[in-house]
Design a binder for this molecule. Structure first.
Ligand code: NAG
Ligand code: NAG
Length: 389
């Protein structure tokens, strides 16, 4: 093929992601699907395909499936159909096998949810250490602190970003689909979410799903700033030990900031240039209002019956206890949820009553949780430090 023909072919590939052209060019396994994942639309639940990505391409085949039901339900589920609905009803993407690194498994993550009933895994009790659900005009977002070992993320992994794009447009995980009832006006009516992002790692997470009817969904749920974490992609005031649902204003588009009256878009350096050690801006945390705090046991009652996989080493196995704050009560009753997990799945609970009012953070002997709760006002910094290190 002449250089001119070759570049024409490459342009055509870039423009259309055509497998046939890619194959004709070098005979290798193609990289791109005929249709990017973010362009595939399926009604829930009737229109769900067995796999949204049925291709055999460079990154292999989709690991799990999108048709999830009572047969697939449970801690071995490979369901890759996920939801973000409300403070008590959302899923996170996490690995299939214990002790995994997000970077090694990003193509294969499965849905772990706060509610059973949709054919997925359930987030084990004791995983969630504090969450903030935020509803804004253009998106809903959940940010929180976790014991990530309970959802198969290796202790110490700073993780990375999952989104429906990826370098090959097949998504991470491949074929992962997202739905929400946040804008349908009916809890039983789910819309497909086309633009979303989920950062997992550093014992924290953020997941944002953007209202598909809004013109800036792709901007608020931007997926290209995968190295700068929750602080820059989902600026927030989430606190460990606090479980709350809020309304808020929209954040700035991730990576876009205003300095000296000028709107600037950040350019993320490639990994080949090494760690990102400085940032030219601090993200603006948007105003929020009407935050309602809950006891974690009230939000996540369904999780009590689920334990982490046997043999999962937990960083907070001995005496972690999470208590929710009780707003507006100086003598809030203790809300202690027992923690199971580790120790071969046997119960290892020890409740520490701690339900005082405002400012109560996780009551725990776990050094890392205590350290985090001492830094609640600098959560953004903590997040960015994690992702920049
Ligand atoms: C349940 O889901 C699995 C996995 O997608 C699928 O193979 C099976 O056919 C489904 N069962 C029913 C009854 O829909
Ligand atoms: C819909 O879900 C929300 C959040 O879980 C809940 O507060 C509300 O009561 C539900 N509405 C109905 C009508 O069930």
């Amino acid at each position: 093929m002449s250089p001119v023909a070759l570049s024409v072919a490459l342009l055509a590939i870039a423009a259309s992601f055509s497998n046939s052209l890619a194959n004709a060019q070098d005979g290798a396994v193609a990289t791109f699907p005929a249709t990017p994942l973010a362009s595939k639309h399926f009604a829930y639940p009737t229109g769900l395909p067995y796999q949204a990505d049925s291709e055999h391409l460079l990154r292999g085949t989709q690991t799990g499936y999108n048709q999830c039901n009572s047969t697939t339900e449970g801690q071995n589920s490979l369901c890759q159909t996920s939801f973000v609905n409300s403070a008590d009803d959302f899923c996170l993407w996490a690995p299939i096998e214990p002790n995994s690194l997000i970077s090694n498994t990003e193509g294969e993550e499965v849905a772990w949810c706060t509610k059973p009933g949709r054919g997925t895994r359930v987030i084990p009790e004791g995983t969630l250490k504090g969450i903030q659900f935020m509803r804004t005009p253009d998106y809903v977002q959940v940010v929180g602190f976790i014991d990530q070992t309970k959802i198969n993320i290796a202790d110490g992994d700073f993780g990375g970003e999952l989104d429906p794009h990826g370098a090959d447009l097949r998504g991470n995980p491949l074929g992962g689909l997202m739905y929400s009832n946040a804008w349908s006006g009916n809890n039983n009516t789910f819309q497909q979410v086309i633009e979303w992002h989920n950062f997992m790692g550093g014992n924290a997470f953020c997941i944002k799903v953007c209202d598909p009817s809004k013109s800036h969904a792709a901007d608020y749920c931007q997926h290209i700033f995968d190295r700068i974490g929750c602080a820059y992609n989902a600026p927030n005031n989430a606190q460990t030990g606090v479980f709350e649902s809020c309304q808020g204003e929209n954040q700035d588009f991730p990576g876009v900031y205003t300095t000296n009256g000028q709107v600037v878009t950040y350019t993320q350096p490639p990994e080949s240039l090494g760690a990102i050690s400085t940032m030219p801006y601090q993200p603006r945390v948007p105003a929020s209002s009407n935050c309602v705090q809950f006891q974690s046991t009230a939000l996540f009652a369904a999780l009590a019956s689920v334990t982490a996989a046997p043999g999962v080493s937990s960083s907070s196995s001995t005496s972690a206890s999470v208590s929710a704050t009780v707003t507006g009560s100086a003598t809030g009753s203790a809300a202690v949820s027992s923690v199971t997990g580790s120790r071969g799945g046997s119960a290892a609970s020890s409740g520490t009553p701690s339900g005082t009012a405002q400012g109560a953070n996780a009551t725990s002997n776990d050094a890392s949780v205590v350290m985090m709760s001492g830094l609640v006002s600098f959560i953004g910094v903590v997040f960015s430090a994690l992702f920049l290190s």
